[in-house]
Design a protein around this ligand. Structure first.
Ligand code: GDP
Ligand code: MG
Length: 438
């Protein structure tokens, strides 16, 4: 598994400090292999790895996890973000009947998925749904949909022989309008490969029926070919979303990433079996875990991050109880506060803590400067800021590439925080606060 391979790469390295480019690149080579094994198309895997590499270099490694595990977490988060950043609901907000057009290659699962979705819309969303098959290429196709309609309890347009797909679409639309249907589902014909004739047919149907949703149905076992399917349909037909079928099979879900990256359209549903109830909203986190095969690593890193936060909070609380708050604590505190949504947010919740507002203005750059100043100080100075006199200030400013004014600001911030902390202690202590925000 990816986990084994990465521990091979990172056995000797234990998480310390930020991820270096060498570490990230080594991990990414393994991630790339894992993506390809999960059937992510090559160009998609390549581009994804490149993007995530940039994102991962310089990230802090959480204590008690390895750099490899950290990279996996970053990759996982990037995958989830990419797979699911867009709203996946069907948008049927139009004057009825809202047309849902299903497109895709032959055997991808269009007809089955049409019936599944129709059943779901009828039962879950209480819509009045009609289905129509526009597949005149295969003799039994229209009858197949009629059978599924009877199983699902959904009406189908009566079959009339000899009509073209667009004529059937027009007849279906007219019939659905007259009979007051909310939704009209159009099941179209496929081909073995993307070709121009198919695309022309899809566009003619779309022009005749003005679909609210045009859903590309893709077999998740499609693998490397997913890019061609996505490119072909994506370039020629105005898609609104993707449905991945056969997610119940051996598919590792790589097709999902390929489809998402190439079409830019949300994956709205996943087919999970042959039965008419085997459809569910697409779950980006599950599929990301499946692609990486690394669900446990991700939760391990999450737990480790959680533990570190707790440890830091407890350490700080103990020091505070002894009435101590040095510059190291300040740095830690600012980081934690930022993670909690900023000091400003905290200050707002606690009147009488106006002093904290100054610290709330700390931005990323200021934080870097702050860290530079801290590391130009001696441990003694950090522990006892009061000993920092004018001469020491000049030395610290020089060493950190800042000015004496910057050093003064830092010291003032520390004083404000210290007094705020004392007030906080009176109000029930940091432990209480940490429990509220941890
Ligand atoms: P079409 O040619 O695109 O209309 O594909 P069909 O809807 O006729 O489906 C082809 C085959 O795939 C049928 O045997 C379906 O039962 C099966 N199928 C469709 N979706 C799924 C799914 O999500 N899981 C499984 N296991 N089989 C599916
Ligand atoms: Mg079909």
């Amino acid at each position: 598994s990816l986990s084994d391979r990465l521990s091979g790469v990172f056995d000797k390295l234990r998480g310390r400090g930020a991820l270096s480019e060498t570490e990230v690149r080594a991990a990414m080579r393994e991630v790339r292999v894992a993506l390809l094994e999960a059937d992510v198309a090559l160009p998609v895997a390549r581009e994804f790895v490149e993007e995530v590499t940039e994102r991962a270099v310089g990230e802090e490694v959480v204590r008690s996890v390895t750099p490899g595990q950290m990279v996996v977490k970053i990759v996982n988060d990037a995958l989830v973000e990419l797979l699911g950043s867009t709203n996946a609901e069907l948008d049927l907000n139009t004057s009825p009947p809202a047309v849902v057009m299903m497109v895709g290659l032959q055997g991808s699962g269009k007809t089955t998925t049409t019936a599944k979705l129709a059943k779901r819309l009828k039962e879950k969303d209480r819509k009045k749904v009609m289905m129509a098959s526009l597949d005149v290429a295969r003799p039994a196709a229209q009858e197949q949909l009629a059978v599924l309609g009877r199983q699902a309890g959904v009406d189908t347009l009566p079959i009339v022989a000899g009509q073209s797909p667009t004529d059937i679409a027009k007849r279906a639309l007219e019939s659905a309008r007259l009979q007051g249907y909310d939704v009209l589902m159009l099941d179209t014909a496929g081909r073995l490969h993307v070709d121009q004739q198919l695309m022309d047919e899809m566009n003619a149907i779309a022009a005749a029926s003005k679909p609210a949703e045009t859903l590309l149905v893709v077999d998740s076992l499609t693998g490397q070919d997913a890019v061609n399917v996505a490119k072909g349909f994506g370039a020629e037909v105005e898609l609104s979303g993707v449905i991945l079928t056969r997610m119940d099979g051996d598919a590792r879900g790589g097709a999902a990433l390929s489809m998402r990256k190439v079409t830019g359209k949300p994956i709205k549903f996943a087919g999970t079996g042959e039965g008419l109830d085997a459809i569910e909203p697409f779950h980006p986190d599950r599929v990301a875990g499946r692609i990486l095969g690394m669900g446990d690593v991700v939760s391990l890193v999450e737990k480790a991050a959680e533990t570190v936060k707790m440890e830091d909070a407890e350490r700080l609380a103990k020091k505070m109880e002894k009435g101590k708050f040095d510059l190291d604590d300040l740095a830690l505190q600012i980081k934690q506060m930022q993670a909690m949504g900023g000091v400003g947010a905290l200050a707002k919740m606690m009147p009488g803590m106006k002093g904290m507002k100054a610290a709330g203005d700390v931005d990323e750059k200021a934080l870097t400067r702050l860290e530079a100043m801290m590391s130009s100080m001696t441990p003694g100075e950090r522990a006892k800021p009061k000993i920092i006199n004018a001469k020491r200030k000049i030395r610290i400013a020089k060493g950190s590439g800042t000015t004496v004014q910057d050093v003064n600001k830092l010291l003032k911030m520390h004083q404000q925080m210290e007094s705020a902390m004392k007030k906080l202690k009176k109000m029930g202590g940091f432990g209480k606060l940490a429990a509220m925000f941890g």
